[in-house]
Design a protein around this ligand. Structure first.
Ligand code: ADP
Length: 415
């Protein structure tokens, strides 16, 4: 089946076209046909299109809204100019898989989208006011452009973490807030954590039940997950993606009293403080330079910039603390898995996070660590290390495509 994977944001869409089916999933022979990125939808959009085996194209196009953008993607995919031989017409697109940010407590798995599911996604808007409306627009647009008969699946960022036990997902707030307002830890990046845990068990040749790992997704957004017996049992992001690790522009964990304190001292509204915690904190807040880890590492190396060094240090220290706390929470793990732009590409950050963890059995192999960048997957700890470390590039789109196939074929979703 040719699956169109859509990740719709408020003014941007990322897409991939992936050919996969039951046998291809089993044999790991899925094929990526094309991918692309459309930014600044609503006016003169900036578009990158990349069909497999061809040079990427960059262009601008007048795209008024999400529907126009989805139409544009499909027209391009079917055109001769794109050169995708597997897709000649709309009939060659067999299903659409959507990344949906928030599935609340209702969606514990990926599902085929019906009117009732769409209502369920709408019901979660108050939990993800920026993301879910954009995801809904994408679903409606794809339905309008490709027809209501074409199967569409929703794959939720929160679903994998629905296995968290109460002790991990409940905040120590008055209990009625959970009952009344559904305030609890949901966690995000679930598709990524689930994918790398699945790849880990493939690499090791072990079963899902034997999968006991801590996964660190370190990208622009960052989160950790404790995965025991294949299930997520704890994760660092909370009601929103603001909690947990230090991120590019987000603070991660802070004393909640700081919100009121900053609000009073700086004369800001609670909303403004929340924006500050989401957009002007983390790496950019500490360094005063950038949210881009690569640039921070260069500043620290080349100019010995004190605040760049500090930002990197705090980032790595927080991640290390999460490893320690999850090991305690899980009663030990077999491996730490690094993924996301930083986790996949920065031996330096990985070494800083693992530094000083020999006492609990994590011994990094310097040469292996240095060699695993740019999508190279594998072990980066010493052979006999009691707690292993791996780099596993994430592939959320592949998992979305596979879940879409499974949803269409009515196959239970295992990872
Ligand atoms: P997103 O969360 O938006 O998908 P990515 O997973 O692509 O983001 O991660 C982006 C982050 O990865 C940025 O901070 C970027 O600097 C960092 N990154 C990418 N390549 C490297 C590298 N070679 N060394 C260090 N950091 C890198």
């Amino acid at each position: 089946m040719n699956i169109l994977v859509l990740n719709c944001g408020s003014s941007s869409i990322r897409f991939q076209l992936i050919e996969t089916d039951v046998e291809q999933i089993a044999g790991n022979t899925d094929r990526r046909l094309a991918r692309g990125h459309l930014e600044r939808i609503g006016g003169e959009a900036v578009v990158t299109l990349h069909a497999n085996g061809r040079e990427p194209e960059r262009l601008t196009a007048q795209l008024r809204d999400v529907r126009a953008a989805v139409e544009f993607i499909i027209r391009w995919a079917c055109s001769e100019a794109s050169g995708i031989s597997e897709v000649q017409s709309v009939a060659d697109i067999h299903a659409v898989g959507h990344r949906v940010v928030h599935g609340g407590e209702r969606f514990t798995h990926s599902v085929l989208i019906t009117d009732d599911v769409l209502r369920g996604i709408k019901d979660c808007i108050d939990l993800a006011p920026l993301h879910n409306p954009a995801n809904i627009k994408g679903i409606v647009a794809a339905r309008e452009v490709l027809g209501a008969g074409l199967p569409q699946a929703a794959v939720f960022d929160t679903a994998f973490h629905q296995s968290l036990p109460e002790r991990a997902f409940l905040y120590a707030l008055p209990y009625q807030f959970y009952r009344r307002h559904r305030i609890r830890r949901y966690g995000f990046h679930g598709t990524s954590h689930r994918y790398v845990a699945y790849r880990y068990r493939q690499l090791r040749g072990i079963s899902r039940e034997e999968t006991n790992v801590i996964t660190l997704h370190l990208g622009n957004g960052c989160s950790a997950a404790a995965i025991r017996g294949g299930d997520s049992v704890d994760t660092s992001m909370g009601l929103t993606p603001l909690e947990g690790l230090v991120m590019g522009t987000r603070s991660g964990d802070i004393d909640p009293a700081i919100v009121d304190f900053v609000s009073a001292k700086e004369g800001l509204s609670p909303q403004e403080v929340e924006t500050l915690l989401n957009k002007q904190s983390g790496l950019i807040g500490i360094s005063g330079l950038t949210n881009d880890m690569r640039e921070l590492l260069a500043e620290a190396r080349e100019n010995n910039d004190r605040r760049a060094r500090l930002a990197i240090e705090i980032f790595c220290y927080r991640a290390k603390k999460y490893i320690g706390s999850y090991l305690a929470a899980m009663g030990g793990a077999d491996a730490v898995v690094f993924t996301g732009g930083i986790g996949e590409n920065s031996p330096e950050v990985r070494a800083l996070i693992c530094d000083g963890l020999v006492w609990l059995g994590l011994e990094l192999d310097e040469a292996r660590n240095a060699a695993h960048t740019q999508g190279r997957e594998g072990l980066i700890s010493l052979e006999g290390s009691r707690l292993a470390a791996y780099v596993i590039p994430t592939d959320e789109e592949l998992l979305i495509a596979r879940d879409t196939v499974r949803s269409v074929r009515g196959i239970p979703q295992r990872f």
